[in-house]
Design a protein around this ligand. Structure first.
Ligand SMILES: [Zn+2]
Length: 183
């Protein structure tokens, strides 16, 4: 984890040592529109239209301007699958360059396929990084790579990353495409 990326708050009401829960699927960079329902720190109920930044089979990293109340669960409705589930908020994540606030969340009932995504098998490469698929806007060449959360934030907030394409030799803004479309 780079030095400009830190876990701001400690896990909320979590007696388990960090990293105790085994990671059961690779993490994928994926922009999925969601609606989040919860209670904020003042005890007021809120809903917020948002999106995921990273998904895993049983959790993810979501953008959320609200501060969810500690110890309460949030409900996330996933628009593409029209399904929802209750999540525990693990903590707030943001890098020093963040334009938005991001929160780590864990699904309370493992086994639900809320995101509607077939996750690939976990490989050694997954480690602490997130799988990303980028596409050249000129020739559509696709490349699978690994990034950390701060790099993915950067990618989302700027709409892509400038790269020179090995195929068409054009420097252009490569954009993220959903991981599962590549497979
Ligand atoms: Zn190209």
């Amino acid at each position: 984890m780079p030095s400009n990326f830190s876990l701001k708050s400690t896990p909320i009401n979590d007696p388990r040592p960090s990293g105790f829960r085994p990671r059961r699927s690779p993490r994928l960079a994926c922009h999925i529109p969601i609606r989040v329902f919860g209670k904020n720190q003042e005890g007021r109920t809120f809903y917020e239209d948002s999106s995921t930044l990273v998904i895993a089979r049983e959790g993810g990293l979501i953008r959320l301007a609200q501060t969810p109340a500690p110890n309460l669960h949030i409900y996330i409705h996933c628009h593409p699958t029209n399904q929802g589930g209750r999540f525990r908020v693990v903590g707030e994540y943001s890098s020093s360059k963040s334009l938005h606030r991001y929160w780590g969340v864990e699904l309370l009932k493992p086994g639900e396929n809320l995101w509607g995504v077939e996750f690939p098998e976990l490989s050694e490469e997954d480690g602490r990084a997130v799988r990303v698929v980028l596409a050249c806007p000129n020739c559509r060449r696709r490349e699978r790579t690994f990034m950390d959360e701060a790099q993915i934030e950067f990618l989302h907030e700027r709409g892509g990353v400038i790269r020179e394409c090995p195929t068409c030799k054009v420097s252009a803004l490569w954009k993220e495409v959903p991981y599962f479309e590549e497979a």
